[in-house]
Design a protein around this ligand. Structure first.
Ligand SMILES: *[C@@H]1O[C@H](CO)[C@@H](O)[C@H](O)[C@H]1NC(C)=O
Ligand SMILES: *[C@@H]1O[C@H](CO)[C@@H](O)[C@H](O)[C@H]1NC(C)=O
Ligand SMILES: *[C@@H]1O[C@H](CO)[C@@H](O)[C@H](O)[C@H]1NC(C)=O
Ligand SMILES: *[C@@H]1O[C@H](CO)[C@@H](O)[C@H](O)[C@H]1NC(C)=O
Ligand SMILES: *[C@@H]1O[C@H](CO)[C@@H](O)[C@H](O)[C@H]1NC(C)=O
Ligand SMILES: *[C@@H]1O[C@H](CO)[C@@H](O)[C@H](O)[C@H]1NC(C)=O
Ligand SMILES: *[C@@H]1O[C@H](CO)[C@@H](O)[C@H](O)[C@H]1NC(C)=O
Length: 488
């Protein structure tokens, strides 16, 4: 019993191995610019014909066409009318090697030849251009020129080639014969099946070549925030501080809370897009995001500052805690991917994917009760504060405190436009904004020089008198040092 089971297991394993051996290698190899090494194409694939359904809108590489007089189909009515049928590039296993040949549009066989033996196979593979993403061309070749970079291999040594049917041939039926260029080190001849179904060879012809892009441009990016998915959401305390008014007058006080976090963004990997290429990103409304390397996760340690504002009477203080949620979320997107090639041509296509981003969300200050500095007793909250604050200088009564209405963050100058409120998100498809380098929140990004903090404070509400001043302060990056700035 046990032994039987083992045999069964072995059998199953064998089948799996066999399956993976036959299905695994439908990758297409192309000649790289590094000598005779080959690369795996990201955009081409050998597609077993059994997996091909002509009603799928798959793009199959075409190598030529066939002129079929209409008379063959129907009656003799219109001799001059000529129908054009395409010739697809295919490959079949022929005497133990993969050989490239032709599949006619109306037939279900791949006709190949090697060593003088012409054969048509029902089991074969077509050359698929996945998502129409590959830019391919047929490039002139003769035995004195080395095959160009990007030349497409049939398997490991031979290249996909075609021979143009000589124009002097009377009424040629085919435009090209698709075949194989034997390894250039050998004789370097293109071998194909001619009109009469016989093997022929030529010392010149054309090779199938795929151009790889050199960079990408992800344009018109539409993020679908309504389908956002949170993978992780962890509350975090960014910074704690005490703000005090030691002056003689009531005042609006500003405090820049500095904090660090890991920011990470990943636009995903997809087949038919080459990983490792530099990619620029532009949102649908024209806003540019920082460049990325396609297929890799971009991590950075960010240091930012949040400007906390509060109105305090003289001789009082308040504790403030800056809180946030550290989130890891996925947002689906659609975009137009433009591939740029070395010869400065471009191709474009629509793609969709998922953008993953780890960042801080919901950054909010939480204020404790206001207390007297002299005896630490809490300031009695008697009168509810009016919604609009009056000029501080006119306030003479010490006992009435005007509190939280002015605790508004300076939202116009921070990078934290992220909000969890979904109704807000729906209004604006692209809520991500790259931090501006001049912003106080990113001022100390890339070096250790002292941070120049330009704090802009506004009086809350109707008076809206803008006070502007700047303060040069040394900031020790790892300590969340607090900068107190008093406005008079
Ligand atoms: C976002 O996804 C929803 C649900 O699939 C869809 O109805 C909506 O059209 C999408 N919005 C955009 C801008 O793609
Ligand atoms: C982003 O990439 C584009 C195109 O390669 C380049 O012109 C631009 O300078 C890059 N921007 C940055 C900030 O590196
Ligand atoms: C971010 O900081 C951590 C340690 O705090 C370090 O291990 C990591 O390499 C840094 N990452 C970058 C991109 O600088
Ligand atoms: C403010 O914070 C200090 C130190 O963090 C603490 O000793 C004090 O009790 C706090 N005061 C209030 C009113 O929460
Ligand atoms: C963090 O997220 C939770 C759940 O969505 C929310 O209740 C909480 O208010 C958020 N924290 C902050 C500081 O906004
Ligand atoms: C604390 O001191 C303030 C003035 O500095 C005073 O108005 C208040 O009554 C004092 N509170 C207590 C409990 O002593
Ligand atoms: C595009 O959208 C972003 C994010 O919502 C916004 O910050 C930016 O100002 C917008 N750009 C334009 C040109 O409208």
């Amino acid at each position: 019993m046990l032994r039987q089971k083992n045999y069964l297991a072995l059998g199953v394993l064998g089948c799996i191995l066999l399956l993976s051996a036959t299905t695994a290698d439908n990758s297409v190899h192309i000649l790289s610019k590094y000598g005779h090494q080959t690369l795996t194409s990201t955009t081409l694939k050998w597609l077993p014909v059994t997996h091909y359904n002509p009603s799928d809108s798959k793009e199959i590489i075409i190598g030529g066409s066939e002129n079929v007089p209409d008379s063959q189909d129907e009656n003799y009515a219109n001799q001059a009318e000529v129908k054009r049928l395409v010739l697809y590039v295919c490959r079949a296993m022929h005497s133990g090697v993969w050989v490239a040949g032709t599949q006619k549009e109306k037939e279900k066989v791949c006709t190949v030849t090697i060593h003088g033996v012409v054969q048509s196979y029902e089991k074969y593979e077509l050359l698929e251009n996945v998502d129409g993403a590959a830019r391919i061309s047929w490039i002139q070749w003769n035995k004195y020129t080395p095959p160009p970079v990007g030349a497409v291999y049939v398997d490991k040594t031979m290249l996909v080639a075609r021979h143009e049917v000589p124009k002097d041939l009377e009424k040629p039926r085919y435009t090209h014969y698709i075949g194989t260029l034997s390894s250039p080190e050998n004789f370097g001849t293109i071998v194909y099946v001619n009109e009469k179904g016989e093997e022929e060879s030529a010392k010149s012809g054309e090779l199938l070549v795929e151009a790889e892009p050199i960079r990408y441009e992800l344009g018109s990016v539409k993020l679908n925030w309504s389908k956002r998915r949170d993978i992780k959401r962890v509350p975090r305390i960014l910074s704690e501080a005490t703000i005090v008014n030691r002056g003689a007058e009531p005042a609006n006080l500003a405090e820049a809370c500095v904090y660090n976090y890991k920011y990470s963004v990943y636009w995903g990997r997809r087949h038919a897009i080459l990983n490792g290429l530099s990619t620029t990103i532009t949102l649908i409304n024209g806003t540019s995001l920082p460049n990325i390397t396609w297929g890799t996760r971009d991590d950075e340690n960010r240091t930012e500052a949040y400007n906390v504002l509060i109105y305090l009477q003289p001789g009082t203080g308040v504790n403030v805690t800056l809180k946030a949620n550290y989130t890891d979320m996925e947002v689906p997107y659609s975009a137009n991917l433009i591939s740029h090639y070395e010869d400065s041509t471009t191709t474009s296509r629509m793609i969709s994917g998922t953008r993953q981003e780890e960042t801080l969300f919901d950054i909010t200050p939480e204020f404790g009760p206001i207390y007297f500095l002299s005896n630490f007793s809490l300031v009695p909250t008697t009168v509810p504060p009016p919604t609009t604050t009056t000029e501080p200088s006119t306030t003479t009564l010490m006992t009435t405190m005007t509190v939280p209405t002015t605790m508004k963050q300076d939202s116009s100058r921070t990078t934290h436009r992220h909000q969890t409120d979904d109704s807000d998100i729906d209004h604006d498809e692209n809520l991500i904004i790259p931090p501006k380098k001049t912003d106080i929140s990113t001022g100390m990004h890339d070096n250790n020089t002292p941070l120049l903090l330009k704090v802009e404070v506004q009086y809350g509400g109707a008076t809206s008198v803008a006070f502007q001043s700047s303060l040069l302060t040394l900031v020790i990056p790892l300590l969340l040092l607090l900068i107190l700035h008093k406005i008079t």
